[in-house]
Design a binder for this molecule. Structure first.
Ligand code: TPP
Length: 368
């Protein structure tokens, strides 16, 4: 293992002074380390944006690198192939290896991408190296030496990073957290809408929802970060008689913010989009999102939602959910939530297979 500081310093010594990315817990250390120094890390909403930021930096004459979870390769493959490889921009990318080498030791949402990561990069013809958990600075330096040759040939090498290959660093925030506990907020929403179908975004939100308010009408969306509201739209359009609630995270909502324009345009009267805004990617270690400078209610109203409110208290949240059910939507409810404390509850897929989650959700939709 190399430490987070070593990772960043070795890259900085080679002229890679800035980075962009979307968090994976594998990169929690470097992101926390870089985030303490202004201008060294651009927190991107999705992996394609991160790569394009690095491409822009390369155009501007700077060396930047990208960090992402391999589940985000889908977001990145378009700008990789059509921008970076087409214009031959030398970018260095670090991708984690969730679901690899043995997908059975990881969560089900990584089972397809884990074993496919190396061959996916092979299929687009971009070079890649693997940083193993036991590797030290010597191996890391050798990998970077090889990657430098690719960069000199205007290629875009990837370094695939095993779990535990890079050390952790503690992230800290100067601002005191405020808001409602996430589990409490979820319970308030589901209690106020007992007949609703509920779609919970990936990460801790789905775990909390499973712990505090499991019911057959809940769909726990592990993976597909940022697509909970689009899935909710599809369900809402198919079942206009049913209230559909999306429990989103700020990081996830920002990842595919364009979904809000689609929802505003389609205007499903029965959709309530709840954003649990804790200002961080808590599920991957608490890296900041950019939600402190984005107002979800204002975005929603500008995108065509019928109603949008920010709730500061438990009573306000309860009232907002009741009112949203009484009037045609789509509605957005934004709630400031606190960082979780104590043990995080287990994932729904510890108890239910993805297929069981699908089947009971579909059966529940048939309920009169
Ligand atoms: C495409 C993609 N990129 C990255 C991840 C890794 N990931 C899982 S949960 C998560 C954070 C989600 O943040 P947010 O929506 O704010 O919810 P919170 O964790 O704060 O509850 C991230 C980055 C992922 N699952 N998918």
């Amino acid at each position: 293992m190399i430490s987070a500081q070593e990772f960043c310093d070795i890259l900085a010594d080679r002229g890679f002074t800035t980075a962009s990315g979307v968090p994976c817990s594998h990169f929690g250390g470097p992101i926390a380390h870089l985030s303490t120094q202004p201008g060294r890390y651009v927190a991107a909403p999705n992996e394609g944006n991160a790569l394009a930021v690095a491409a822009g930096a390369a155009l501007g004459g700077q060396r930047a690198y990208v960090m992402l979870q391999n589940s985000g390769l889908g977001n990145l493959i378009n700008p990789l192939t059509s921008l970076v490889m087409t214009y031959q921009l030398p970018i260095l990318t670090f991708a984690s290896l969730r679901g690899w080498p043995d997908p059975a030791t990881d969560e089900p949402q990584h089972a397809v991408m884990g074993p496919a990561t190396h061959s996916l990069l092979d299929s687009v013809g971009t070079p890649h190296y693997t940083l193993h958990a036991q590797d030290g600075t010597e191996q890391f330096t050798a990998i970077l030496d090889a990657a430098e040759k690719d960069l000199a040939e205007l290629r875009a090498p990837f370094v695939l990073v095993e779990r535990g290959a890079i050390g952790k660093a503690t992230s800290h925030s100067d601002t005191a957290p405020e808001g409602i506990a996430a589990g409490t907020a979820i319970r308030i929403v589901t209690d106020a809408a007992p007949d609703a179908s509920v779609i919970a975004t990936t990460g801790y939100t789905g775990r909390d929802a499973f712990a505090v308010a499991d019911r057959p009408g809940n769909f726990y969306m592990q993976g597909s970060m940022g697509h909970a509201s689009s899935l909710g739209l599809g369900v809402a359009l198919t079942h206009p008689e049913r209230t559909v609630i999306v429990l989103d995270g700020d990081g996830a909502a920002l990842m595919h913010l364009g979904a809000m324009s689609m929802i505003g345009h389609e205007a499903p009267a029965n959709l309530i989009h709840v954003v649990l805004d804790n200002r961080v990617h808590e599920s991957t270690g608490g890296q900041s999102t950019t939600s402190d400078t984005t107002s979800f209610p204002e975005v929603a109203l500008a995108a065509g939602y019928v109603g949008a409110v920010a709730c500061e208290s438990e009573d306000a949240l309860r009232d907002a959910v009741l009112q949203a059910q009484a009037a045609a939507g789509p509605h957005l409810i934004s709630v400031r939530t606190l960082p979780r404390t104590g043990a995080i509850p287990p994932r729904a897929t510890n108890a239910l297979s993805p297929q069981a989650i699908r089947d009971r959700f579909q059966q529940d939709l048939q309920r009169p």
